[in-house]
Ligand binder design. Structure first.
Ligand SMILES: [Zn+2]
Length: 119
């Protein structure tokens, strides 16, 4: 099933389960305040979202209110990224790739001009 929750059914759940005045229930909440912000642009990191207590890819129910709790969008994303990374680290070897890729990006392109102009 798709991981991108933007259908009508999902939006309705968000409105019902994460109404204005909700607080982020993710234990590690990474936002400055647990209060969820409303009226911001769509998909703002501090805006409303629903966290799957058991992630869908770990067998949690996607649309079951008992498996959902209010959260900041950003906290939701961070949490699922961390869980995925942990799952990957378990499955494979310690994570090295991220760094290698970042280093490669840093050195690619755009740099050439800085040396002395040829003449
Ligand atoms: Zn949060």
């Amino acid at each position: 099933m798709g991981q991108v929750h933007n259908g009508h059914r999902w939006r309705k759940l968000v409105t019902e389960l994460c109404p204005p005045g909700s607080w982020c229930e993710i234990e590690e909440c990474w936002a400055p305040s647990r209060e969820i912000q409303y009226g911001l642009r769509p998909r703002h990191p501090l805006g409303p979202s629903l966290d799957h207590i058991v992630e869908v890819w770990q067998g949690g129910a996607e649309y079951d209110p008992r498996n959902l709790r209010p959260s900041h969008l950003r906290c939701n994303v961070i949490k699922s990224n961390q869980l995925r990374a942990a799952a990957r680290a378990d499955a494979v070897q310690p994570r090295r790739q991220g760094r290698a890729r970042a280093a490669a990006m840093g050195t690619s392109g755009r740099r050439r001009r800085s040396s002395v102009a040829l003449d």
